[in-house]
Design a binder for this molecule. Structure first.
Ligand SMILES: [Zn+2]
Length: 99
């Protein structure tokens, strides 16, 4: 019932924080202090984005900002019309909650 609202909030969160999807599988996403940010130009829209220095180093040549990636995902799912395969890692906040 509230799934659509959750999805909207998730997307809104991503919009507010361009780095949000950049942490996928990178490990130490939950650092208490903010990571140093560097400006990287998105290879798609050409806008300068603030990204963690590590990401900036890795993706300086072909960085694609969250907004462009989101558009890509929307296009993909529109073409496939299939369910997204990867579950959002954010959904599992506390695996031991059922104890
Ligand atoms: Zn972009």
């Amino acid at each position: 019932m509230s799934r659509r609202k959750d999805r909207e909030r998730f997307l809104a969160k991503k919009r507010l924080n361009p780095d949000y999807v950049g942490f996928r599988g990178s490990g130490s996403a939950a650092a208490p202090s903010e990571p140093p940010l560097e400006k990287v130009t998105c290879s798609r829209c050409g806008r300068a984005r603030n990204v963690p220095a590590g990401v900036a180093l890795e993706r300086a040549e072909d960085y694609v900002c969250a907004t462009c990636r989101e558009e890509e995902e929307v296009e993909d799912s529109a073409l496939d019309a299939g369910p997204a395969e990867a579950p959002a890692p954010e959904a599992v906040e506390n695996p031991k909650a059922t104890e």
